[in-house]
Design a protein around this ligand. Structure first.
Ligand SMILES: O=P(O)(O)O[C@H]1[C@H](O)[C@@H](O)[C@H](O)[C@@H](O)[C@@H]1O
Ligand SMILES: [Mg+2]
Length: 277
């Protein structure tokens, strides 16, 4: 089954990450000095895409991979069967040895996400979900939290890699307002895919971020929905995978309460034309 292949492929990817983690990691930067990428990210993405092409043949499936897009490949979701891949989610953590790094692989057909696999490498946790078939961690069913009282919640968010003062101000003003609701706590693992799996297991009530990319959240989106959670745009509208912003939560009550506090700032869509990025 295609889902099993994605699972097997992510395990293979993890072996590469683990091997790389034991040797000197060559760090480079992308959109800013804090947007890191390593040769491991690039190699792991090539391994994942190579094994999927070997299985399905050249030209049958499309790929949206974080590092391929960074090198100029298009980031357009069409009706064709499409794999959406983040080879190393939490690259900054990987470089620093901070213990949250994940491989994220999602599969969509006709723009509908069909399944997602997130392998949290250092926790050895394989999260997976197929549309309509439930969500699992290491083959055990997972379920979002049943908390409806925002005062009894933990909320996850990230500050991302954009360090422009006006955006940083809005990010921290939002976090301050949420913290002072008050909620039990604010957290951030450093990887969106892991954050979404924490929503899916009920460890936290919501994760939101403006500035993430489709590859960070595509697999987690299926896992959260199949664990009984919901996904919305940060303005309360419908979730839009390519919009670079989203709220994932255990229920509508928590999601809507968080949305009231979010100070929205612009982030160019993943599928925006190059001049609009
Ligand atoms: O580690 P990557 O794949 O680059 O993704 C992370 C991104 O770099 C951060 O800016 C975001 O805040 C995280 O949510 C992403 O997981
Ligand atoms: Mg990522």
């Amino acid at each position: 089954m295609v889902g099993d292949l994605a699972e097997k492929t992510s395990v293979r990817a993890v072996l590469e990450i683990r091997k790389a983690g034991e040797s000197e990691i060559r760090v480079m930067t992308k959109s800013s000095t804090v947007d890191l990428v390593t040769k491991t990210d690039e190699r792991v993405e090539k391994i994942i895409i190579g094994s999927l092409i070997k299985e399905f043949g050249e030209g049958t499936h499309c790929f949206i991979g974080e590092e391929s897009v960074a090198k100029g490949e298009p980031c357009i979701l069409t009706d064709k069967p499409t794999w959406i891949i983040d080879p190393v989610d939490g690259t900054t953590n990987f470089v620093h040895g901070f213990p949250f790094v994940a491989v994220s692989i999602a599969f969509a057909v006709k723009k509908q996400l069909e399944f997602g696999v997130v392998y949290s490498c250092l926790e050895d946790k394989m999260y997976k979900a197929r549309r309509g078939k439930g969500a699992f961690c290491n083959d055990e069913p997972i379920q979002v939290s049943d908390v409806k009282d925002i005062n009894k919640s933990i909320i996850i968010s990230e500050h991302g890699t954009d360090r422009s003062p006006e955006k940083v101000k809005k990010i921290f003003s939002t976090m301050q307002k949420i913290l002072c609701i008050p909620v039990h706590g604010l957290r951030g693992s450093g990887t969106a895919a892991t954050n979404m799996c924490l929503v899916a297991t009920g460890a936290v009530e919501a994760f939101f971020e403006i500035g993430i990319h489709c590859w960070d959240i595509a697999a987690g989106a299926v896992i959260v929905q199949e664990a009984g959670g919901i996904l919305l745009d940060v303005d309360g509208g419908p979730f839009d995978l390519m919009s670079r912003r989203m709220v994932s939560a255990n229920n509508d009550v928590i999601a809507k309460r968080i949305i009231k506090e979010i100070e929205i700032f612009p982030a160019a869509r993943d599928d925006a034309t190059p001049e609009k990025k």
